[in-house]
Design a protein around this ligand. Structure first.
Ligand code: RM4
Ligand code: MN
Ligand code: MN
Length: 430
């Protein structure tokens, strides 16, 4: 039996944190009531909100230069699921995890599904990996995968994606996320048009194998590892592909995969408009695909994205059903702490967007009262909704203060004893 944080331990900590929370919640409730907002309706929506944890995120990540593993790192998918369950236990915001294959490959998926179920963790979208070679793999993905010039390589990459669907079916997933590293480093290296044809052809074969209730999420990325051209580089390319593939193909927005200064919320609005928004990989960045903790650099951008999502939900935009996932790399923090903090930041942006006074905003927009419109917009963002988030956790038997509870539990020290350091662990992004 491995160490788990007990429900009693969480309840005990909550007992001492509860009085201060009750005061703060009551004060916020009065403040929101003055603004015509019922705090209880917001708290109920926040409590029902969920974001998936990436299994690759619970291991320590790294850069091209080094990886500094922490103590008690997960050694494989079973350990990763334990960490995911702990994140959900304390935050009540992450009931599912998003697995990555072959990183999370096992011999018995029924056993894996049962193990996850016993921990109370479900499976979200399955991620394929054709951006690196597995030991001894031939042919290689060095020059591409789904868009490789050689059909044998494209076929191998297609077969891997189909295998991911088959695994996902055993785990109860309903979506496949495809991100490819394919592209070129030098002008002239590849034919920019032909590689897109190959992408459509390969994705078409994968699409044909999707179960009827499945969707495929196409993830674009501007650059890296290819530095001159990337085949699926932007939302326009992604949308062209999704539209030509069919209704089950949707466009996934990873916040780190855009050119600097791009207006991501506007992309989100456009994708919603055409019913093609798959969902998100949340993270934050200053320069590129930094994979920093969600909301750590630009929480206002996260709020602006959620403003579009709440707006779409409120007007019942057709086909609007985004999948929310975190996708981060934790190089210098405890991954469990970062993922808990990030799940809370996503909920925060959602709560802030929920309390935005939309009728007043619309009136200001119609009257071209620019100052008032931006004041109304900003008022939602600057409201401290923390008591709502904490109260939603408390009511769901999560921790009022997840990171403090996690630290006090000594979970990591217990895991360091249970999980002797594995050499060459594939648990993080290196
Ligand atoms: C990529 C992309 C994918 C993720 C890999 C590990 O940059 O964000 O979603 O699967 O990293
Ligand atoms: Mn991603
Ligand atoms: Mn990325």
């Amino acid at each position: 039996m491995t160490f788990r944080i007990s429900a009693d331990f969480v309840a005990e900590r909550n007992r001492s944190d509860a009085p201060a929370l009750a005061e703060d919640y009551a004060a916020l409730s009065r403040q929101l009531a003055r603004r015509g907002i019922d705090i209880e309706a917001v708290t109920a929506k926040v409590a029902a909100f969920a974001v998936a944890v990436p299994t690759w995120g619970v291991g320590t990540g790294g850069t091209r230069f080094a990886r500094f593993p922490g103590p008690g790192e997960p050694r494989g998918i079973f350990d990763k699921l334990e960490d995911c369950a702990t994140i959900h236990q304390l935050t009540r915001a992450t009931p599912t995890c998003s697995p990555h294959f072959p990183w999370d490959k096992v011999s018995d998926y029924r056993e894996l599904a049962e193990f996850a179920k016993a921990l109370g963790v479900g499976f979200d979208a399955v991620n394929s990996n054709t951006f690196q070679d597995q030991p001894g793999q031939t042919p290689s993905y060095k020059f591409g995968s789904l868009t490789h010039s050689l059909k044998a390589v494209r076929d191998q990459a297609v077969a891997h994606n189909i295998e991911c669907i088959e695994i996902g079916e055993k785990l109860g997933s309903k979506a496949l996320t495809v991100w490819i590293a394919d592209g070129s480093n030098f002008p002239g290296q590849s034919n920019l048009n032909r590689v897109f044809d190959w992408y459509l052809e390969s994705l078409g074969s994968i699409y044909a194998r999707l179960p009827s209730d499945w969707r495929v999420f196409l993830e674009h990325k501007l650059y890296e590892p290819a530095f001159y051209s990337t085949v699926i580089s932007d939302w326009g390319t992604s949308l062209m592909a999704a539209q030509s593939l069919g209704p089950k193909a949707l466009c996934l927005v990873d916040l780190g995969h855009h050119a600097p200064n791009v207006n991501i919320e506007q992309i989100v609005a456009r994708l919603i408009r055409v019913g093609k928004l798959a969902g998100f990989h949340f993270n934050d960045s200053k320069y590129g695909d930094d994979d920093l903790d969600t909301g750590s650099i630009d929480p206002f951008r996260l709020f602006r994205v959620f403003n579009e999502l709440v707006d779409a939900g409120a007007r019942g935009a057709p086909g609007f059903n985004p999948a929310y996932m975190l996708d981060q790399s934790h190089n210098v923090t405890d991954p469990i702490e970062s993922l808990m903090a990030s799940a809370i930041e996503v909920q925060r942006a959602y709560a802030q967007a929920l309390i935005l006074d939309r009728p007043a905003l619309e009136a200001a927009q119609e009257g071209n009262d620019v100052m008032l419109a931006q004041r109304i917009f900003k008022a939602a963002f600057v409201t401290d909704v923390s008591p709502i988030l904490a109260e939603a956790r408390r009511r769901g038997d999560g921790a009022i203060d997840p990171i403090a509870a996690y630290r006090a539990s000594n979970y990591r020290a217990h895991k360091a004893e249970e999980r002797p350091a594995a050499s060459g662990s594939s648990s993080g992004i290196v």
